[in-house]
Design a protein around this ligand. Structure first.
Ligand code: JFZ
Length: 405
């Protein structure tokens, strides 16, 4: 390793500051509006599916609009499907003819995305699916050994293209590492993932790599649930706004999570020193549906007031009792009150520190601080109704780093 090679701590620093990112699933499947798994779930033959590329010419695709929405949402990075399991590349790949550059659109959407994010000051993530349903060797390596070999070679070549042709990339978000009939350690052997990731790190020394190529690398990726990894390990929950299997656009997707749910998931991730990667599935024309836009903007409004409790947050050694969760940063603790008590008085159990002040971030109001037996803290003089409908954050300035008793 050269002296310039950044350490894990240096590489992951921005990621912990960021806490919130936007995932984008968009590709040929968006045209059908039945999710990104449509080819496989409906057994659409490869050649029939490939004809979608003739119709894929999204005139309203505007990467700057995506980037500005992500910023307005308070996100600090995005992760974009450069290629999903259908194998269709949204970038200029020399090793495949199944790309947006070589079909109707004649555009390198990944290049446009990268340029827009860089301009907006957002960190850049690439989602790349190792598996490609077009290869019979993926489903049966024994029957089609040449196809299986070609699949792996294509993945190595395309990851190299992505890591070479677009400047500095911040996250490589692998997916689709699972292979029928192959288990455990052998997954990494199948893809030659160690070799692949060594090449990636050679080309992009600052990059963060997730755990979906069969080796742990830098980030755990709990999906559709918020589950913290052990302290010291980077992790990020990815989640759809609507139903599972609706990462890509689903025309009628009636189960959109509420703004309250989404904010509380974000807070739960931050409380465990993890990140929240919230997905949108743009329409085939490249625009983002209003249900998603509205929710992202509402999260952004909440973060513009309460962001200091999220960005760069640390685990807090004491909790918030029944009312919600806690995050911490330096000598501050943040009480996230999801369930505001009707008495306008909040009891926090287990704070060892002396508390210098308690401020409601939404209104600037100072709470009266009283201490009781059993290490209880009472925050008094608060309104009977929650100042914030989703999560009212009370900032405690302490005499030192938060400590529990
Ligand atoms: C994968 C993809 O198949 C899906 O389309 C989407 O891109 C999502 C982000 O990732 O889905 C998975 C991957 C892993 C599990 C479940 C769904 N898993 O480990 O349970």
């Amino acid at each position: 390793m050269s002296a310039q090679t950044p350490t894990y701590e240096e590489r992951i620093k921005w990621f912990h500051e960021a806490r919130f990112g936007i995932f984008v699933h968009w590709g040929l499947y968006s045209i059908l509006g039945r999710g990104e798994w449509v080819m496989h779930l409906e057994r659409i033959p490869v050649d029939e599916y490939a004809r979608l590329a003739r119709r894929f010419n999204p005139k309203k695709f505007d990467a700057d609009a995506w980037a500005s929405l992500a910023k307005e949402a308070g996100a600090k990075y995005m992760v974009f499907t450069t290629r999903h399991h259908d194998g269709f590349c949204l970038f200029d790949s020399k090793v495949s003819d199944f790309t947006s550059v070589k079909s109707a659109a004649k555009r390198d959407f990944v290049a446009e995305y990268v340029q827009a994010l860089r301009k907006a000051g957002l960190k850049i993530g690439f989602y790349y699916s190792l598996l490609d349903w077009r290869f019979p060797g993926y489903f049966d390596q024994k029957a089609h050994p040449e196809s299986a070999k070609a699949l792996v070679e294509q993945a190595h070549a395309q990851v190299k293209e992505l890591m070479t042709n677009y400047g500095k990339i911040d996250i490589l978000w692998y997916d689709g590492g699972w292979v029928p009939g192959i288990q455990g350690e052998e997954v990494a052997d199948f893809w030659r993932s160690r070799e692949l990731n060594a090449m990636v790190r050679e080309l992009q020394p600052h990059i963060l790599i997730n755990n979906r190529s069969g080796v742990p690398e830098d980030l755990d990726t709990p999906e559709q649930h918020v589950t913290a990894s052990a302290p010291g390990r980077g992790w990020e929950t990815c989640m759809t706004i609507g139903d599972q299997w609706g990462w890509g656009y689903i025309h009628n997707n009636p189960n959109f999570k509420t703004v309250c749910q989404l904010i509380q998931y974000l807070v739960t991730a931050a409380a465990g020193e993890g990140n929240y990667l919230l997905n949108v599935g743009p329409k085939p024309d490249g625009t983002i549906r209003k249900e998603e836009v509205e929710r992202l903007k509402a999260i952004g409004r909440w973060l513009s007031v309460n962001g200091e409790s999220i960005y760069g947050s640390e685990r807090c050694p004491f909790g918030a009792g029944i009312v919600g969760l806690t995050t911490a940063k330096g000598n501050n603790a943040y009480i996230h009150v999801f369930r505001w008590p009707k008495q306008g008085e909040i009891t926090i159990p287990g704070i060892k520190n002396k508390i210098e002040s308690a401020t409601v971030l939404a209104t600037g109001q100072q709470a009266r601080i009283e201490t009781g037996s059993n290490c209880r803290t009472f925050l008094k003089g608060l309104p009977k109704r929650p100042p914030d409908p989703y999560d009212t954050v009370i900032k405690l300035v302490l005499d030192g780093k938060p400590e529990a008793c």
